[in-house]
Design a protein around this ligand. Sequence first.
Ligand code: CP
Ligand code: NVA
Length: 328
Amino acid sequence: MKRNLITLFLIKTLASTFYKRNIMKQDFLHITDFDTNEIMETLDLAIEIKTKLKNNENYKPFKDQSLAMIFAKPSARTRVSFETGFFRLGGHALYLGPKDIGIGKREAVKDISRVLSGYNDMIMARLFDHKHMIELAKYASIPVINGLTDFNHPCQIMADILTVYEKKGNLNNLKIAYVGDGNNIVHSWLNLSLRLPLHFTCVCPEGYEPDNNLIKLVNKSNISTVEISHDPIKGVHEADVIYTDVWASMGQKEEVEERENIFKNFQVNSNMLESTGKNTFFMHCLPAERGREVTDDVMESSNSIVFDQAENRMHAQNAIMVKIAQAL
Ligand code: CP
Ligand code: NVA
């Protein structure tokens, strides 16, 4: 009898711990998972951790912890920045490539969630279908970080805004002109404009606009101004930043040739960069297809901050991971 009661007590305690942990855990699937204060705190924390790492300080918040990294798509920056970042903060990161896991194919997403939760402290995933990302997070009892889906790329946008913040010293009255396909990067900018006041213009060919419901949501929020322009010259007028990305994203590469023709007037070249009437930064999430969406000279110009942006992936993500670990 006593043994049964103890067993029952243990089961209840474990269940409530698990339940609490599940409810309390903080995922990072969209930049809007953080409120405005949390985003600003993350930027300051990123700068603080970046300084510590540059000074070789002994800062190991993830000592003896492990990060599972699921990649259903290729990656250079996301893989290396997470793996190196987590290692430098004291932990160990595991790379699980498309052939290792086969998420949603070899095994159900919700099964992988619970299996990985049993071994690890955090999951980072790059997936095709955004619904799979939501499902992964729903069934995981540990925090899940979105390392890109077909819908968005929140870690990228945290690194991007960190880079602008460092370069300009503030985020006041910022005019961002994104030129190209209305893709996952644009959706992340739109999400960010629900948290920080921005003047955001997406300059794209007709038919390649970002998600209309998201645009409506941003416009309704009255936090930022969002415009869609099909005019590559007017659209970049007075921009502080011109941002571009590949014309065909991962999963769309068979459309490269067709898109090359449709997007040809939307190439970021020195004429466009000089036409803004301002000293405009050039940004690109990378990988860049030089000669398509951006010319070689713009990539190499003194206005280009693409490699600061790439380095900041690691610093922004380190801060995101520390922040969500603190929320546990
Ligand atoms: N920007 C970015 O996410 O790069 P990778 O695809 O190389 O990870
Ligand atoms: N839009 C690009 C971003 C790569 C970081 C893609 O999804 O392929």
